[in-house]
Design a protein around this ligand. Structure first.
Ligand code: ADP
Ligand code: MG
Length: 274
């Protein structure tokens, strides 16, 4: 679980970026009026890079993920995934949410198969891949169990395996651990990062938790209050760790962790709102 994950050096300069958000604004229109959720967003996520988005509740983090997932269309600007303009949901992008949306009447293996079935993929191959991923996520002994027999952390591991079965290039995580207790969060963060790095995914993580952002990602992007704009970006480097990229758990005991935490805390202005 605490195995050191090899430091991945993003090669954004030589490879097509996984995600490019160009000058994006998003306005919601409701009977009560117009809400400008995002403004002038420019963001690039390199191949294999892990980026987190943090900011006050309501600053547009989930909206930005929905734009990357093709669930929402920008009011202006453009979003690209691997150089192709996003025009709707695509198989290249996987989405994992706080709620796991597992079907209670399906076994764990059948739940992990859901996306593959919907996409009409080869069932035999997908079943093998689902079983393999469930093993990797530590759920190998539970393939024939039902969701109600699992803890919250185990259910999220299944949700991760289900997201990966369809082989997305980009994985979007929207507060995936918010419903879990703090010890489970620490353990699952390590496992999730390990699996996603091994699979070579590019990742965008939305979280309320500054520590989680520092521990899990290569770059932390801070959004300002509504309308959400990019306030600052911070690259997470850990020179005090000599053997590659430290695991999320290891990051928390490094001296750089406290430095990053204080500067992100100041950026977020958390103390003003409490
Ligand atoms: P976050 O994920 O950072 O908490 P959201 O992206 O969910 O923020 O929301 C950004 C802003 O847009 C909020 O003010 C929210 O109320 C508004 N908003 C989100 N979804 C909708 C919607 N479907 N219709 C109207 N307003 C919305
Ligand atoms: Mg949100």
């Amino acid at each position: 679980m605490n195995a050191v994950v090899e430091r991945f050096i993003p090669m954004a300069a030589t490879k097509t970026p996984s995600i490019e958000v160009r000058d994006v604004a998003l306005r919601y229109f409701t009977p009560e009026g117009e809400t400008q959720a995002l403004d002038r967003i420019n963001l690039t996520v390199g191949a294999g890079e892990f980026v987190s988005l943090i900011g006050q509740s309501g600053c547009g983090k989930s909206t930005l993920l929905s734009l990357m997932a093709g669930i929402l269309e920008p009011s202006s600007g453009e979003v690209f995934v691997r150089g192709e303009r996003v025009k709707g949901p695509s198989q290249r992008v996987g989405y994992m949410l706080q709620q796991d949306y597992l079907f209670e009447w399906r076994t764990i293996l059948d739940n992990a198969m859901l996306g593959a079935e919907i996409q009409g993929r080869d069932l035999k191959q997908s079943r093998e891949r689902a079983a393999h991923l469930l093993h990797k996520c530590g759920m190998g002994d539970f393939l024939n169990h039902y969701p109600r027999q699992l803890s919250g952390g185990m259910r999220q591991r299944v949700a991760l395996a289900r997201t990966l079965v369809t082989e997305p290039e980009v994985v979007l995580l929207d507060e995936p651990f918010s419903a879990l207790d703090s010890q489970t969060r620490l353990a699952i963060a390590d496992e999730v990062v390990e699996v996603l790095r091994e699979e070579g995914k590019s990742v965008v993580l939305v979280t309320h938790d500054i520590a989680e952002a520092i521990a899990m990602t290569d770059r932390v992007v801070v959004l300002s209050r509504r309308p959400g704009r990019i306030k600052s970006e911070h690259r997470m480097l850990f020179p005090s760790c000599s053997n590659g990229r430290p695991s999320p758990f290891e990051v928390r005991s490094l001296p750089e962790f406290n430095t990053y935490f204080s500067s992100l805390w100041d950026e977020l202005d958390v103390h003003v709102e409490g």
